[in-house]
Write a protein that binds this ligand. Structure first.
Ligand code: UDP
Ligand code: MG
Length: 316
């Protein structure tokens, strides 16, 4: 079997502090994999600049001029991590045999790539990088992140536990992923839907080498909500269930009201009326909001706007 060509896809947003530190590590890894005869010499490190406002793109261009193994594309504006990864994967899918997507901050252990490539050579089309521990994350990040996976699965969006976007995908699987035309993209949920033989490799997650996380709690919550509503209709089912329960309770309430009315206990009942009105109003608004979220998604999907726009490439 011929040695596969590997593209390492790395999204970068305002990473001028960390990129000069980590770029050398990626190149070293690529060279050592090639030296071990696992990948071809044509393999590349593909940076995706996600509309950074600092000097990230200049750094990428400089790297590309220094070493032909570094190449880069730039999105026309900031579109977020998921779109940046997708842009990189779609750019790579016709040029290589396998891609590995990884963050540029050095948090994910690049040594897991050896095992990923081995798993591919053993016949797997998709290899998930899974964190074995989270000791280096703060308690808060760990707690919220674990809650994230639990919530996702409970809501019917299947995701691989403790797996972020560090994974190997073969170009064959990418050709199929390209057929998933949705504009609300949540790769962690979409990739398992592609299927094919897959496996996981375990690694330890480090601390960020420099710079700041772009995923504060607010963004993490919105990613979770986005993931759930993109992958599952469970929330709508829960609303139906809630509606049933309330209907049954109301029915009991009606009987109770009629009976006590007949027995002559004409209670003024101001408090209970107000409570019920408030509760019902709140629940209805909440349910409308969730349903509205789905309608919003349908609205965005019908527009079918491009999922990414590439403005520059280092090789053109
Ligand atoms: N990123 C991106 N676009 C964004 C935000 C982040 O391409 O709008 C990239 C970022 O450069 C990094 C990766 O996504 O390579 C993960 O971001 P970060 O490390 O801030 O997230 P965390 O690891 O804290 O979850
Ligand atoms: Mg990070």
């Amino acid at each position: 079997m011929e040695r596969p060509c590997l593209y390492i896809v790395i999204p970068c947003y305002n990473e001028e502090q960390v990129l000069p530190i980590t770029c050398g590590m990626f190149l070293e890894k690529l060279n050592s994999l090639a030296a071990a005869g696992k990948i071809s010499e044509d393999s590349r490190i593909l940076f995706v600049n996600d509309g950074s406002k600092d000097g990230t793109w200049e750094i990428i261009c400089r790297l590309a001029a220094e070493d032909p193994h570094y190449i880069g594309i730039s999105q026309s504006r900031n579109r977020g991590h998921q779109n940046a990864v997708l842009a990189g994967l779609m750019e790579a899918k016709d040029r290589c045999d396998i891609t590995i997507s990884i963050d540029c901050d050095g948090q994910d252990d690049i040594n897991a790539m050896d095992e990923m490539v081995d798993a591919y050579l053993d016949g797997c089309e998709i290899v998930y990088g899974v964190r074995s521990r989270r000791d280096t994350d703060t308690f808060f990040k760990r707690f919220t992140a674990q809650g994230f996976y639990k919530l996702m699965n409970w809501m019917g969006a299947e995701v691989v536990y403790n797996h972020a976007d560090y994974r190997l995908i073969s170009s064959r699987a990418l050709q199929e992923l390209a057929e998933f035309k949705e504009v609300n993209i949540f790769l962690r949920g979409m990739v398992p839907l592609v299927g094919f033989k897959s496996t996981s490799v375990y690694y330890e997650r480090h601390e960020r080498m420099a710079g700041e996380s772009h995923y504060p709690l607010r963004k993490m919550l919105s990613l979770a909500f986005d993931g759930i509503t993109s992958l599952s209709v469970r929330p709508i089912r829960l609303i139906t269930g809630l509606g049933l329960v309330i209907a049954v309770l109301s029915f009991i309430g009606v009987i109770w009201a009629v009976v006590s009315g007949l027995m002559g206990n004409t209670v003024t009942g101001w408090a209970s009326t107000v409570c019920i009105v408030c509760l019902m109003g709140g629940i209805q608004l909440l349910c409308l909001g969730v349903i509205g979220e789905y309608i919003g998604k349908i609205y965005l999907e019908t527009k079918a706007r491009p999922r990414y726009i590439i403005s520059d490439r280092t090789w053109e």
